[in-house]
Write a protein of this length. Structure first.
Length: 242
């Protein structure tokens, strides 16, 4: 369910070295309903040269705020969340707190005020000083053989989790309710009892359908059609129970 007044998210990109990445970032932001972009000491003509990859998000890129330092970009934010491709080697460390993307999304959705999501340079990421300015870090679990993601890919993952947790975006497919699943299984059992199928075979069939419903992600509409079909079968089958 979408919040009536979701918290604000400011995306801060520090030291953009390739203008095309700023365009891709703006595009990812617009995909998920975010519009506040701050660029800290970016490369020359970042807006103009990034317009090609921004596509229909060029309006967002053109309105981006260019800051001379990260301190200025973070002014007015209640919380700063840094991003890092370096995964903590131990869970016992206390100097920095690391969240997964999903943990970040849920935490952000429950906050108030403005949170800054801070991305670092394409080549070297955020410096230790910049990381120390963040309240916590988010790390996207990846293969240890190659852990670094392009900024637009990382942003897409994090912004989706934030938008999904806050209800800004949602899928159009509604899953079957627990009550529908119960009714399907109950109707199937009643229909099978009217057949000549041996009891042990009926139990196997019921178990198979239960397993199928549990892992198939059946939609609410599909469940309704299936339930209606089973009811018709039940009503039209003659009684042949044991």
């Amino acid at each position: 369910m979408r919040k009536s007044n979701p918290p604000a998210l400011r995306v801060v990109f520090v030291g953009c070295e390739t203008p095309e990445n700023a365009g891709f970032l703006a595009r990812a932001m617009k995909n998920f309903g975010f519009h506040s972009l701050y660029l800290v000491t970016p490369c020359d003509q970042v807006r103009e040269r990034g317009a090609k990859t921004a596509m229909h998000a060029n309006d967002l890129l053109s309105r981006s705020v260019i800051s001379e330092d990260i301190e200025t970009a973070l002014q007015g934010c209640n919380l700063a969340v840094g991003t890092s491709s370096i995964r903590p080697s131990s869970s016992r460390g206390v100097l920095r707190t690391y969240f997964t993307p999903r943990e970040f999304g849920k935490a952000w959705a429950s906050t108030t005020g403005t949170t800054a999501l801070v991305f670092g340079r394409e080549g070297s990421g955020l410096s230790n000083r910049e990381l120390d300015m963040c309240d916590y870090l988010v790390n996207i679990p990846t293969s240890r053989r190659y852990s670094s993601l392009n900024i637009s890919h990382a942003a897409t993952i994090l912004l989706y989790e934030a938008a999904n947790s806050a209800g800004i975006v949602r899928g159009g497919r509604k899953l079957a309710t627990p009550n529908q699943r119960v009714l399907i299984l109950r109707t199937l059992k009643a229909a099978l009892e009217k057949t000549a199928m041996p009891r042990h075979r009926r139990l196997i069939a019921e178990r198979a359908v239960r397993n199928l419903l549990g892992r198939s992600g059946v939609s609410k509409r599909e469940a309704g059609i299936l339930l209606g079909t089973l009811r018709r079968l039940y009503l039209n089958l003659p009684d042949r129970s044991d």
